[in-house]
Design a protein around this ligand. Structure first.
Ligand SMILES: [Zn+2]
Length: 305
């Protein structure tokens, strides 16, 4: 297992195996008003949810450390109020890279597995990566098992843990007054998702989580995905259908005794070709489905039980 630099790791996450290094100086932060108190920021890495109002700012995720100043400037364009709280949807570095920066003045809140994994670092073998332990300044200081509510800007922001989806520490963040939900990486809109089997993630778990989340959402809810454009309930339902359908296709091929290589060659996910244009192509997602269904982790989990 080699250690990889942040920039290489970044590429692996963002464009899956491109050797090109991203240039953070060229990244622009796009600000979108979602509804009510909620905005979405897009730069490089996971989408950031923002709640603004008289009490200050709460952000959901914070992308990469080199973008922190730009993120701060984008927030300044919305309001002069300070950042009061940071929520981490899960431990991946494209969502928590700004923690040390924003954590200096605002407490970071996360599910307890997120803090554990940040603290110890870990392997993301699907990308051949070993992520080093995060410095103390980047660790969440408030953790919870199941759910927490933050009352700010007239909003009762509910962060709820759904077990074993994209990882084992994912939270979904509901903004009930503004009718918005931030799904974290439990939702990649319009593309095959990366599901981190080495961090306690599970395709079948994710399907069960989404089946539980959908009935909790009003039909006209605005949905911020971890990756991809601002979405709606229909987009989330399509994602659920794709997960079920592609998982069933791989399960059927396994039942016929097909190997992973055969499945790739025969394009077992051909019905879902459009979903392969984002972060992962159909072969990579077939691999994740196969590993999940056969109970194989993509790699040994070195630092967690
Ligand atoms: Zn992630």
């Amino acid at each position: 297992m080699r250690k990889v630099s942040l920039s290489l790791a970044l590429c692996l996450f963002a464009v899956a195996a491109s050797a090109q290094q991203p240039d953070f100086s060229k990244v622009e932060i796009k600000v979108t008003k979602v509804a009510g108190t909620v905005y979405m920021l897009q730069g490089y890495g996971g989408n950031i949810g923002v709640c603004v109002g008289d009490d200050g700012i709460l952000i959901v995720d914070d992308q990469f450390a080199p973008l922190a100043e730009k993120i701060k400037a984008a927030l300044k364009g919305i309001t002069d109020k300070p950042v009061k709280f940071v929520l981490n949807t899960h431990w991946h570095f494209d969502h928590t890279g700004g923690n040390a920066y924003f954590g200096e003045t605002a407490p970071i809140i996360a599910q307890e597995n997120t803090r554990k994994r940040l603290e110890s670092g870990g392997n993301i073998k699907a990308f051949g990566m070993e992520v080093p332990p995060a410095p103390k300044a980047a660790l969440p200081v408030v953790t919870f098992a199941d759910k927490v509510t933050v009352h700010i800007n007239g909003e009762d922001i509910r962060a709820i843990h759904f077990p074993n989806g994209h990882t084992d520490g994912d939270i979904v963040v509901f903004f009930p007054q503004s009718n918005v939900v931030h799904m974290g990486d439990d939702f990649f809109s319009g593309m095959f998702p990366f599901i981190d089997l080495d961090s306690g993630g599970s395709v079948q778990g994710l399907i069960a989580d989404i089946a539980q989340i959908i009935p909790m959402l009003p039909p006209d809810v605005k949905v911020i995905p971890g990756h991809g454009p601002l979405s709606n309930l229909d987009d989330l339902k399509k994602f659920e259908d794709m997960l079920r359908g592609s998982s069933a296709a791989v399960a059927a091929a396994m039942k016929q005794g097909k190997t992973l290589d055969q499945m790739k060659k025969e394009k077992v996910l051909a019905n879902y070709a459009d979903w392969g244009k984002g972060m992962l192509n159909a072969d990579r997602f077939t691999e994740i489905l196969y590993n999940d269904l056969s109970g194989k982790k993509t790699g040994a989990f070195l630092k967690h039980n």
